[in-house]
Design a protein around this ligand. Structure first.
Ligand SMILES: [Zn+2]
Length: 513
């Protein structure tokens, strides 16, 4: 018989107790299958800080955490390690996930037969990625060094041909100085823009800041063809072209209201043409009086009739003044958008040798000579002829609400739903100058390319660049690009021939109250 000593009994007992305790601890590892959460309703896997992980940059294990809720929506306290975590169906050894290869990893937590929501973690290898920096909403990477013309940059993380969506710690630098994403300057010169982050650097984007004074002042001779009426005089013509000059030189402000922060000098001027087609001085500078057999006119009448007096547009900016306009255009003035030899958004491209098939110029409704700020209207129409579109989408009474793209291709002119504005015209006069942009912000209408009601005192930096493009590449304008390269020759200038088959090109129609 074996007699156990008291000491040995104690040791066996202690061993048994220890074993029991260890055995009692053990079930925690088995909770996934056996732990009983009778009231368990759902498991919510907590969002990790970010769902993109960059091998070679993010060198940490992603902690995984889940909350467990009962059928009443209350949180059930869950012991550590009670929940098992899986990546693409493989059980993870810990409550974290350490990515080691690229791919998409579906992460879930499981407890007592229930599965949590899935988090999709994208693991990238920086070796496969690049950063791209580009200018936003810009036709070119050129800015005017006037301190207000601002260019915005966009930095994107690229995998192959695709952009990886999300916010990443990528920052933009101009000449090695970090910027918030936009850049403006008063110092002309070349600027290098790069984006850096995640240990990557983009290719350099070159931005040129040009001093406004490097653009020559261009002076356009104007001829008014006043049909049937005699309201214009040499003095009145001079007053109107002076007003247009002031608008384009950023000094016209009849309302005295604050201008757009981006209001800028376009450096274009207008003057009454001193000489006529035969090269002799005109009796009244900038003015030709015309008689027509008609007493009133439809748009189609005018379109055809204007060819009788369509002076070569490479030598003159033609402005026709017609009275008694009938139909839809009764309260409208209008103009054509230009054609260019080098592309510009919203304009049509034509070869330089093509002659105009439409009476390319400005049509001023004789009604707009009375009781209106006619120079503001003419500045608006000259804006069209020089490549500017309405700041809103549409013309006359056809408006297109809020379009998906900027209707005038100028990022610094807000646009709005003109139809909604017209339908809800405020009764308080001053409120009529207020707008709500398509992006939801309130502003005051100051742009010449908006209309009633606008304070008509601003052309912006982006508009400056469009006009200067048209000055450089626009057809049928009295610019250095066309015949005025070396000044007017002494020869005669002809009237543009009426086409045998006249096709009507719709102008942009600007209705006034
Ligand atoms: Zn217009």
């Amino acid at each position: 018989m074996i007699v156990l000593s008291r000491h040995l009994k104690f040791v066996i007992c202690l061993t048994f107790v220890c074993f029991f305790i260890v055995a009692c601890d053990k079930p925690e590892y088995l909770l996934d299958d056996f732990y009983r959460f009778e009231n368990l309703e759902r498991i919510e896997l907590q969002k990790t800080e970010k769902l993109d992980y960059f091998l070679g940059y993010d060198n940490y294990a992603i902690p995984l955490q889940a909350k467990v809720y009962d059928i009443n929506g209350a949180v059930i306290k869950t012991p550590e390690k009670a929940i098992s975590y899986y990546s693409n169906g493989d059980k993870l050894p810990a409550e974290s996930f350490m990515p080691e290869k690229t791919g998409v990893f579906e992460l879930v937590g499981k407890l007592a037969g229930k599965e949590s929501n899935t988090l999709s973690l994208h693991v990238w290898d920086l070796k496969d990625l690049s950063i791209r920096v580009s200018a936003q909403n810009r036709p070119s990477n050129e800015i005017i060094a006037n301190g207000s013309d601002a260019i915005s940059f966009k930095a994107e993380l690229i995998s192959g041909d695709g952009v990886i969506p999300g916010d990443f710690p990528i920052y933009i630098y101009v000449n090695d100085r970090q910027v918030s994403g936009t850049f403006s300057t008063s110092v002309p010169g070349d600027y290098q823009v790069v984006a850096r982050g995640l240990g990557l650097t983009s290719k350099t984007l070159n931005v040129k800041a040009t001093a406004p004074t490097t653009y020559a002042v261009v002076r356009l001779p104007v001829i008014f063809h006043e049909v049937n009426t005699q309201n214009l005089t040499a003095a009145k013509v001079k007053e109107l072209t002076d007003g247009m000059t002031r608008a384009f030189r950023n000094t016209l402000n009849r309302s005295g209201k604050a201008k757009d922060v981006n209001a800028t000098d376009i450096r274009v001027e207008f003057y009454p043409a001193p000489t006529g087609l035969n090269g002799n001085r005109l009796a009244s500078a900038g003015l030709e009086r015309v008689s027509s057999g008609n007493t009133d006119f439809t748009f189609e009448d005018i379109y055809s009739d204007a060819f009788k007096t369509f002076w070569d547009p490479e030598y003159y900016l033609n402005i026709w003044v017609y009275p008694n306009i009938k139909g839809d255009y009764a309260n409208a003035s209008w103009a054509f958008h230009p054609y260019v030899t080098e592309p510009l958004a919203g304009l049509r491209v034509l070869d330089k040798s093509v002659s105009p098939g439409m009476p390319f110029g400005i049509f001023l409704n004789a009604r707009h000579l009375v009781g209106q700020n006619t120079d503001e209207i003419l500045s608006h129409e000259a804006g069209h002829i020089l490549g500017l579109l309405h700041v809103f989408s549409g013309d006359l009474t056809e408006f297109n609400g809020c379009p998906t793209t900027d209707p005038d291709y100028c990022a610094d002119t807000p646009y709005y739903d003109r139809a909604a504005y017209a339908e809800n015209m405020p009764s308080v006069y001053d409120d009529r100058f207020k707008r709500t942009s398509c992006r939801g912000s309130g502003y005051v209408a100051t742009n010449f390319m908006d209309y009633f009601y606008s304070y008509n005192n601003s052309f912006t930096s982006e508009q400056f660049k469009r006009v200067r493009h048209v000055i450089s590449y626009g057809l049928w304008l009295p610019t250095p690009f066309n015949s005025l390269k070396n000044g007017r020759t002494d020869g005669t200038v002809s009237v543009v021939k009426h086409p045998d088959h006249l096709e009507i090109v719709k102008p942009v129609i600007c209705k006034m109250p």
